[in-house]
Design a protein around this ligand. Structure first.
Ligand code: NAG
Ligand code: NAG
Ligand code: NAG
Ligand code: NAG
Length: 546
């Protein structure tokens, strides 16, 4: 590819330009941008024609059979139109092209779930809009991808208005392409990939859900009228990483800041962090998947974004990714009758890994059990700790063995139950029977398991850190949904508090927990996504009507 060297030079000057001569950049970028726009114009028209054709086929096919899915589709749509900002041109009939930059769209992980849920919500709110996914998965066609989305995530996309464009340069964002200076290399790679994308089609709104901030910034430079949106799962570089270079730091790079190489590394990371921070100010709308990520992104991007006056009061919004809460809500009852089925059982669902700190929970439980707790809602019953987890290898098996020994030593052997490799129905059974959900991992970024506890109506006792503290076990309607703890004593105290509530208080807290879990449903995600998407659409309309 002869284009590449010149592109690299361009990019390097872009980086330097971004830093020292923003005005030069602002005048050169759009020239290249309008060239790309012109050269992809034909493809754009072809795409729109294809959408119209497919839509027509779809309509004729479904004209008479008013199928259920479509009904549901319209219902949700009307409720969403109500929830988003109405009026103006950002209305239902907006018909632009939304480009989703997601080179690994067929991966089937949590990040992809966000992508598909976002596209589905967008399709419902703006039925005339076209969603285009830039992907590098050449081996699968549209039908195969849509089928997988349906099978894997149970998300039904409206086929006529979603399309895929195939990128040829995906290897530039692989870590293996850049053995040295990986962070910078991958970022340059993401700009090359974005260039690749724009030669295929210039969208009207450009969104990244994989963390390629540089691609978005590049788009802003080339196409000032195209608003950009970022959904950030994880900051590319975090302040924790910079701190970890210091002596006594944590993680894989602990203490790597020593000596000559360390000095270089530190300078390189600092430079990269500065570049990344500045990049953030070129993105119109930013969402993060958790409060933890929001805090980090704010500390990096906030200052530059403020300077550029992109701040409004809902800038950098937290949009929680969807968790399959609905199933638990239907499978596990939370009512006055179901209280009779629940015992004073503490449930801890976690792999038997060291960082899950089962030891601490056993110690806490022993303390709690030996204190002869008063449990008015469970007369005559003994408290019980149930540890459910998968045993993947012999290390895990050894750990379980040691934990059993510990339970024996602590004289709680008969009140602790180990359930290894439980099936989903078994887990559901325990969630119906138990009363409290426990989690003792330190600084968990999120904690899907804790959301599941809440959906099942369990009262949570979780570590006082990370996502469980900031996002999940938070007050609802001004009242607690669980308890936070840091030490074995505090956990024991948390168990006591949770199990000594009266029946009425217990049920009320279960209901609040369930309400708390509602924030993590598909619907909760769609509403927040659309309110941010609405900002992008309004920006697009405003910028193009000048
Ligand atoms: C956000 O994304 C990161 C990285 O994928 C993940 O570790 C974290 O659990 C996610 N948070 C939520 C709320 O899903
Ligand atoms: C941003 O700029 C607009 C006008 O350009 C001004 O009215 C507004 O107060 C500014 N906002 C902030 C937060 O500075
Ligand atoms: C478990 O928790 C205790 C108490 O907070 C802590 O001292 C210990 O380091 C933790 N262990 C692990 C493996 O995280
Ligand atoms: C829980 O969080 C605190 C910080 O809030 C930490 O010091 C403590 O070690 C954590 N406990 C466990 C069991 O990881």
């Amino acid at each position: 590819m002869a284009l590449l060297p010149s592109l690299l030079v361009f990019l390097l000057s872009l980086a330097v330009g971004l830093y020292f001569f923003p005005s030069v950049l602002r005048s050169v970028g759009p020239v290249l941008g309008s060239y790309l726009r012109r050269s992809s114009q034909t493809r754009r028209e072809l795409l729109l024609a294809r959408v119209a054709r497919e839509q027509q086929d779809h309509d004729t096919k479904h004209k008479n059979e008013k199928n259920r899915e479509d009904d549901e589709w319209e219902q949700v749509e009307t409720s969403m139109v109500g929830s988003a900002v109405n009026g103006g041109k950002a209305d239902k009939d907006w018909s632009g092209i939304v480009g989703f930059f997601h080179p690994f769209c067929n991966a089937g992980g949590g990040g992809e779930r966000v992508l598909w849920a976002a596209i589905r919500a967008t399709q419902k709110r703006w039925p005339e809009a076209v969603c285009v996914v830039y992907t590098g998965d050449h081996d699968v066609d549209k039908a195969a991808i849509l089928k997988r989305v349906k099978d894997r995530f149970n998300i039904h996309l409206h086929a006529p208005t979603v399309h895929f464009l195939y990128l040829t340069t995906r290897h530039y964002v692989l870590a293996s392409t850049w053995p040295r200076f990986t962070l910078l290399g991958q970022s340059i790679g993401s700009v090359i990939l974005a260039y690749d994308a724009f030669t295929l089609l210039v969208p009207d709104i450009f969104i990244d859900t994989m963390g390629y901030a540089f691609s978005l910034a590049f788009s802003s430079v080339l196409f000032p009228t195209v608003p950009t949106g970022a959904y950030v799962h994880y900051p590319t570089i975090s302040t924790d990483m910079l701190d970890s270079l210091n002596v006594g730091g944590k993680g894989v790079n602990a203490g790597a800041g020593q000596g000559y190489r360390g000095l270089v590394k530190r300078q390189y990371w600092n430079l990269f962090a500065a570049l990344y921070s500045k990049t953030g100010s070129l993105i119109s709308v930013v969402m993060t998947n958790s409060t933890w990520t929001q805090t980090h992104i704010k500390s990096l991007w906030g200052p530059f974004r403020n300077r550029r006056n992109k701040t409004t009061d809902h800038d950098i919004d937290v949009v929680f990714p969807p968790v399959a809460v609905e199933e638990l809500e239907t499978e596990v009852e939370v009512s006055d009758e179901s209280e009779n089925q629940r015992g004073p059982y503490l449930l801890y669902i976690a792999q038997f890994r060291p960082e899950k700190n089962h030891t601490l929970i056993l110690n806490a439980f022993a303390k709690f059990a030996s204190s002869n707790p008063d449990m008015p809602s469970y007369p005559g019953q003994r408290p019980k700790l149930v540890l459910i987890g998968s045993v993947r290898d012999s290390d895990d098996a050894t750990r379980v063995y040691k934990l059993r020994l510990l339970a024996h030593e602590l004289h709680v052997k008969d009140d602790v139950e180990f359930v290894c490799d439980a099936t989903w129905p078994q887990m559901l059974e325990w969630m119906r029977k138990a009363s409290v959900g426990v989690n003792s991992m330190w600084n968990e970024h999120f904690g899907i398991g804790v959301v599941e506890y809440q959906a099942a109506g369990l009262l949570s006792v979780v570590n006082d850190s990370g996502g469980p503290k900031l996002d999940i076990v938070v007050p609802i309607d001004g009242q607690p949904t669980g308890f936070h703890a840091s030490t074995a004593e505090e956990y024991a105290e948390g168990f006591r508090k949770a199990l000594s509530l009266s029946r009425g208080e217990t049920l009320a807290m279960r209901k609040r927990a369930r309400k708390s879990a509602e924030r993590f449903t598909d619907r909760g995600f769609a509403e927040k996504w659309l309110s941010n998407m609405d900002r992008l659409v309004r920006l697009q309309v405003a910028r193009n009507n000048k």
